[in-house]
Design a protein around this ligand. Structure first.
Ligand code: ATP
Length: 426
């Protein structure tokens, strides 16, 4: 794990939040390459789960919501983790994650477990009173449920249909840890898929397939993914079935994503508390129903981490150890790097620049690099997972060919400049 954290920082993927002030626990900042990687994963999710489907609609709800939303959803009363405090060193831990009955840091006695609500509370407007309390949302799902009627009225969808959303979520985790795995501010990609009660199993299985094939498409090592059928006592009380997709992270097997059958719990609860009719009227039979819900819920930061862990590779090239990220082409932050062999030869630089300008128009994530010697440049691009590097040398000036290097094999081909684009696109 240390190797991945150090690569992530060194190469501009992920930095500690507020680092120059000593950090802020549970927060992480995505750097220039991290943003590209994260956006590629996000876009791939959006394409697969929303854009490519006729039965899906997108949403971008506000993070701040009326406090009644969180009272109705049960988060004000129940969104808590058990917290235990050490009577000696006063450190706090999540009770359900401790393996021993003593403090893991100092061996001191632990006090009785208390419930700790994980929502970040804030005030909306100039007064700090009970009525102005709001929360930074702890999940994106509720934004979807409270907009159910708006989407039905504006889009007239037919069951089954779903609403997908990507956005920030905040949880005041008692013990944030394991890099971006457990943060206090993170991003979720969630779908609420509305179905007839009798059909829930069919749609649950369909989304399980979609999740599995999407994970594989973004480069998550499927040998490290395990489906855990969550037992009744560990499931949320409203869920009739939940599968946790667990992943073998370097720090252990932990939940990556979840898929839950949430019944009609949320819509019924919001209907009762808001007084609004959150029903679907069957256009053929005119029957009114409260749809049941299947929820694929994916943490974007955990996806980024699983992709990095899956891609991290080491081998030897020319008796030298090298580190490279075996990222799928679509996910790699940089797709092509173009180099002049020597940076102090203007004719090579000019030719390489020309090729770069042409490629950049067709493949936007193309970069130009002339820093350091060619070996260093290859190492840098390997470490950030760039699938192809193109080098312009003196032969290029003679015969208009370049070297096209493949990241995974480190093999090099001599290719005509006019054929480069076609080769890259295949
Ligand atoms: P955990 O048991 O690990 O705390 P959870 O079961 O509470 O997770 P859910 O409420 O099901 O998580 O949230 C859906 C998804 O959001 C999770 O599968 C995970 O990918 C992501 N997620 C949840 N909490 C965090 C966090 N603190 N940091 C990063 N991602 C998170």
């Amino acid at each position: 794990m240390e190797k991945i954290i150090s690569l992530a920082k060194r190469r501009g993927f992920v930095f500690q939040g507020s680092e120059i002030y000593g950090g802020l626990s549970g927060t992480w900042d995505y750097g220039p390459l991290g943003v590209l990687l994260k956006n590629n994963i996000k876009n791939s999710w959006w394409d697969t789960f929303v854009k490519s489907r006729d039965d899906m609609y997108g949403l971008d709800a506000a993070i701040l919501m009326n406090q009644e939303v969180w009272q109705a959803s049960g988060h004000v009363g129940n969104f808590s983790d058990p917290m235990v405090e050490c009577s000696k060193c006063k450190k706090r831990f999540r009770g359900d994650q401790l393996e021993e009955s003593k403090c893991p840091d100092c061996g001191g006695e632990l006090e009785e477990s208390k419930d700790f609500n994980m929502m970040f509370e804030t005030y909306v407007g100039p007064f700090k009173d009970e009525d102005s309390i709001s929360y930074l949302r702890p999940e994106t799902a509720q934004g979807i449920f409270v907009n159910f009627k708006n989407v039905v009225d504006s889009m007239q969808p037919r069951l089954p249909f779903g609403i997908g959303q990507i956005g920030k979520a905040f949880r005041n985790e008692i013990a944030p840890r394991d890099f971006v795995f457990r943060s206090r501010e993170f991003e979720q990609m969630e779908v609420e898929y509305f179905v007839k009660e009798t059909d829930w199993q069919k749609h649950f299985d369909m989304w399980k397939e979609v999740m599995n094939s999407w994970m594989s498409s973004v480069g998550i090592d499927m040998d490290k993914v395990h489906e855990l059928d969550v037992s009744e006592e560990d499931r949320a009380h409203y869920s009739k079935k939940t599968i946790d997709f667990e992943f073998d992270f370097p720090f252990g097997r932990k939940e990556l994503f979840g898929l839950a059958y949430r019944t009609d719990y949320d819509l019924s609860k919001h209907m009762k508390e808001s007084g609004e009719k959150l029903e679907y009227i069957d256009p053929d039979t005119h029957e009114k129903i409260v749809p049941h819900v299947i929820e694929p819920s994916l943490g974007l930061d955990r996806a980024v981490l699983a992709v990095l862990v899956s891609a991290y590779s080491e081998d030897e090239v020319g008796e030298e150890k090298r580190v490279f990220l075996k990222l799928p082409k679509e996910i790699a932050p940089v797709k092509v790097a173009v180099f002049p062999l020597l940076k102090n030869k203007p004719e090579l630089v000019e030719k390489a620049r020309g090729i770069y300008e042409i490629l950049k128009k067709e493949i936007p994530d193309t970069v130009f690099d002339s820093n350091g010697n060619i070996g260093k440049r290859y190492r840098r691009q390997d470490e950030i997972g760039t699938p192809h590097c193109i080098t312009v040398d003196f032969d290029t000036l003679e015969d208009d060919t370049v070297t096209l290097r493949d990241r995974d094999t480190a093999g090099q081909d001599r290719v005509k400049v006019e054929d480069v684009l076609l080769k890259l696109k295949n």
